[in-house]
Ligand binder design. Structure first.
Ligand SMILES: [Zn+2]
Length: 449
């Protein structure tokens, strides 16, 4: 079996993956806060950790992926108030959008997608343990983590103490013993429409403690891989790590793995910067195959530029793979191509280098194309399965059912003389790689040429 290694943010080194329970790997990847539609940058951790799981399974490991949904958060209260709806209704609506949008990536669902609102009891119990151990204190209905009580604080994000702004602003400032401290529990405030009971009064958990509790409940402490975007390293992950270490005397995670951000111009793509592209919108435009290849073309740790050129390059890669798929046969690949297949998986084992793995995949295609006569495609299928792109080998099988349904909706729109809608659907189909032909037997979908 290959040695699999991943970059660990705590040590700053690439370390071998040594599962806590031999043969089994637990991954906890921080998911979205559901206060608006997810953007394409939010899809990156979803893609990275879903594909990492597929790779680990290819290597014979049993992998469990937990991706939480933060449905209790200040941002949700603020957005709900602005929209004039209840925070629970907004969170439920955006959770449904998040699931529908990420479903379109065709990567399946994580094994668990816990909602913070379903784990309040476990969260309260964890806070109570921290209070009992002297790592947290109640103050005016809130509970705060006493940062200076934990000597290891800061070891994950490697920050100097004067760069440790918890981002909580003036909120609770007069109740904190120390400005470094952060909220574990927030007492109910005027105008908030949801609250849960606790030993410190009605209120709700802080964001960081939600993840510590859900991760422990579903995967146990010292879980194998804790993942998320690099923007979560501080304060979110530093605080998660601190809470669990302080409460349990054992680390939350063995490896901390962070993906780079999407860059639009000089800025990271973020709601706070105001330069976001919705995931659904991008999927309409480029399709899931090209989007997955766009992500895979960069190393997960590096930022990726969100540019037309890179999306076009990904679309061209989709075509090259489809083309190769049309040439290979269903059988075994020649043994002398195996080193290129092995290089693909070795690259993934080496800090999940999808960019280098893709280069090996295209080397394999180039070699196969040089051969006289058709070549068995088993290697190509094996590689594409881990990238969740083996559907490209099935391209001749016809359009997916949701596109057939779209084509039918277009026909109905035309029948009602709603040509604007018909044209819009035609464009959507074209973006997904299909052309509508209106034949004698009704509309027919053919691959866009
Ligand atoms: Zn988290």
């Amino acid at each position: 079996m290959r040695t699999i290694s991943l970059h660990d943010s705590r040590s700053g080194r690439v370390l071998p993956l040594e599962p806590r329970d031999p043969g089994r790997v637990g991954i906890y990847a921080c998911g979205p806060t559901v206060y608006s539609r997810v953007h394409v940058g939010n899809a990156r951790p979803f893609v990275v950790f879903s594909l990492l799981k597929r790779f680990l399974e290819h290597e014979g490991l049993e992998a469990t992926l937990v991706a939480n949904i933060t449905d209790i958060n200040d941002k949700i209260y603020d957005a709900a108030r602005a929209a004039g709806v209840s925070s629970a209704a907004l969170a439920a609506e955006m959770t449904a959008h998040y699931k529908a949008d990420t479903e379109r990536l065709g990567l399946g669902r994580p094994d668990h997608e816990p909602l913070a609102s379903e784990y309040v009891e476990a969260i309260v119990a964890l806070i109570a343990d921290l209070v009992e151990r002297g790592h947290a204190y109640a103050a005016g209905g809130d509970v705060y983590f006493r940062v200076r009580s934990l000597p290891e604080y800061g070891e994950l994000s490697h920050r100097a103490i004067d760069q440790m702004d918890q981002g909580e602003g003036v909120e609770g400032a007069e109740r904190k013993e120390d400005p470094l401290d952060f909220a574990l529990w927030k007492g109910e405030k005027e105008g908030e429409d949801t609250a849960w009971p606790s030993p410190w009064g009605a209120g709700r958990p802080g964001w960081h403690i939600e993840c510590s509790a859900m991760a422990e409940q579903l995967l146990g402490v010292e879980l194998d891989i804790h993942g998320g975007g690099a923007d979560l390293l501080f304060p979110h992950h530093e605080n998660e790590a601190a809470q669990t270490l302080a409460a349990r005397g054992r680390p939350l995670a063995r490896l901390w793995v962070h993906n780079g951000m999407l860059q639009l111009g000089d800025d990271k793509m973020a709601k706070s910067v105001g330069n976001i592209r919705g995931l659904g919108e991008v999927l309409d435009e480029v399709g899931r195959d090209a989007l997955l290849l766009y992500f895979a073309a960069g190393h997960y740790r590096q930022p990726i530029a969100y540019t037309r050129e890179r999306l076009d390059a990904a679309a061209a890669s989709v075509e090259r793979i489809r083309e190769a798929g049309r040439r290979v046969t269903a059988g075994e690949s020649p043994a002398d191509l195996a080193p290129l297949r092995d290089a693909f998986f070795d690259a993934l084992a080496d800090d999940f280098n999808t960019a280098r793995a893709l280069a090996s995949l295209f080397d394999w295609i180039r070699e196969a194309n040089r051969r006289e006569g058709p070549v068995g495609g088993s290697h190509l299928r094996e590689m594409l399965e881990v990238l969740a792109l083996d559907n490209l080998l099935e391209a001749e099988a016809g359009p997916p059912p949701e596109l057939v349904e779209l084509a039918e909706r277009r026909a109905a729109a035309r029948a009602e003389r709603d040509f604007a809608e018909a044209d819009r659907i035609r464009d959507e189909l074209r973006a997904a790689g299909w052309e509508v032909r209106d034949g004698a037997e009704g509309p027919e979908l053919v691959p866009a040429g």
